[in-house]
Design a protein around this ligand. Structure first.
Ligand SMILES: *Cc1c(COP(=O)(O)O)cnc(C)c1O
Length: 367
């Protein structure tokens, strides 16, 4: 049996007829940018995230850059975030000219540790970017409180967590701004690049819309220097077809995760912890273990793909050497980088396939 970490073709096969029809409709309309599909997607995203405003953009990285820029964050400013995330989170901070300040994560949830944030706040700190890693919301109550106390913007990197919620509130609309990605492997993915920014703040929404369109409201008249960051009609049409399935797909992910949780109890791998009161959407199912390489190799031999997220914490990336972090500064993230493994999980994974993964895993992990 061959089991991929994530199978994008299985989902496409199920939706092929609808997706081809949606693409054809766009192609025949002659409207390829800023048309009815993008407008419809805005409405759909507002509903899923419970936000007042949604601005589709070119990708999740741009969503973060535009969010920071719209808050006036740049040169001389500091932004606190997690070192245990995809590179783009901190890249966006550096891209606007600000300094990423890394705060370590919790070993069992992989999310930023709110208790360690305050000591890193300086007079230059302007924002915190919590990441809802692997689909699990960060500890937003404590983070929002810190934001209020120190007058910081809270920008949620919810790229891996569309549809997740924290104490009943959908992620993206808890902080000041929420950023999402439609990269193909995300829980809601298009067939190229895409992203969206959500907020309940009218001024911020307007600023992001302006920035994303060359700083222009009226064609050929530009108020500020902006970006060209749009989602195109074809990708929006694809997303409008897929988004009606998001709720079921996320539910399926949770069911598969609970089966792994139960079946891996008597093994030496530690299953991911879900915090009380959150609705996790398991973008990835990541276990922690001491013999990652042994497990990875064994599963590979049996035709099962796994993934390492992320093999290098951001504070030790060459691109951020200039920030002056050394090995040992953020021990939890450093440890996780060499002790975690993502197991196959996608909504179309069937029981046979999952059982096969579990049985092969037990061959090296039973205690
Ligand atoms: C995917 C991702 C991004 C970037 O999104 P792109 O659409 O690839 O630009 C940012 N942050 C996190 C946590 C992500 O997973």
């Amino acid at each position: 049996m061959q089991i991929p970490l994530i199978d994008l073709t299985a989902q496409y096969s199920n939706l092929e007829v609808k997706i081809l029809a949606a693409i054809k409709k766009v192609l025949r309309s002659g409207q390829y940018i800023n048309g009815t599909e993008v407008k419809q997607l805005e409405e759909n995203i507002k509903e899923v995230t419970g936000s007042k405003y949604a601005v589709p953009v070119a990708n999740g990285t741009d969503a973060l850059v535009l969010a920071l820029d719209a808050c006036g964050i740049g040169q001389g400013d500091e932004v606190i975030t997690s070192p245990y995330t995809f590179f783009a989170t901190a890249e966006a901070i550096a891209r606007v000219g600000a300094k990423p300040v890394f705060v370590d994560v919790k070993v069992d949830t992989f999310n930023i540790s709110p208790e360690l944030i305050e000591e890193k706040i300086t007079k230059n700190t302007k924002a915190i970017i919590p990441v809802h890693l692997f689909g699990q919301p960060a500890e937003m109550d404590a983070i929002i409180e810190l934001g209020k106390k120190h007058r910081l913007k809270i920008i949620e990197d919810a790229c891996q967590a569309l549809g997740a919620s924290y104490k009943g509130n959908p992620v993206g609309s808890i902080g000041d701004i929420g950023c999402f990605s439609f990269f193909p492997t995300k829980n809601l993915g298009c067939y190229g690049d895409g992203g969206v920014v959500v907020t309940n703040n009218k001024e911020i929404a307007e600023k992001i819309r302006l920035l994303a369109a060359h700083g222009s409201k009226v064609k050929y008249f530009n108020e500020i220097v902006g970006y060209n960051s749009r989602l195109d009609e074809i990708q929006a049409a694809i997303l409008n077809v897929k988004i009606s399935h998001l709720f079921d797909w996320n539910e399926k992910r949770r069911i598969l995760a609970s089966i792994y949780d139960r079946e891996l109890l008597k093994t030496n791998v530690t299953t991911p912890k879900t915090v009380e009161g959150v609705k996790h959407v398991y973008h990835l199912y990541v276990v922690t273990c001491s013999n990652v390489n042994e497990i990875k190799q064994h599963l590979e031999q049996k035709g099962i793909s796994t993934g390492v997220y992320y093999p290098s914490p951001l504070h030790l990336q060459r691109a951020f050497l200039y920030l002056g972090y050394k090995v040992g500064y953020l021990p939890v993230s450093e440890k996780l980088a060499t002790h975690t493994l993502a197991l196959p999980l996608f909504p179309e994974l069937d029981n046979n396939q999952q059982n096969y993964v579990i049985e092969r895993l037990k061959e090296v992990c039973t205690i």
